[in-house]
Design a protein around this ligand. Structure first.
Ligand SMILES: [Zn+2]
Length: 66
């Protein structure tokens, strides 16, 4: 199984886009729970890391390459 790598401040795409129509989220907190912020409307959600790994599709823009 593929291991997804992500870091704080990465911009990621989720499997389901936010109802506002944007599918770009910035990781703003890392821990047992991950907090991501919608780049379209600024709404933020906190989800358990395991769930995040399942729902995250890919890293659009790694902070290390920004
Ligand atoms: Zn949004």
């Amino acid at each position: 199984m593929e291991v997804k790598k992500f870091e704080l401040n990465d911009i990621v795409e989720m499997k389901k886009q936010h109802p506002c129509g944007t599918n770009a989220w910035k990781i703003i907190r890392m821990g047992a729970d991950i907090r991501i912020k919608c780049q379209g409307c600024g709404h933020s959600v906190m989800i358990p890391r395991r769930e995040f790994e399942k729902k995250m599709k890919k890293v659009i823009k790694p902070v290390s390459e920004a």
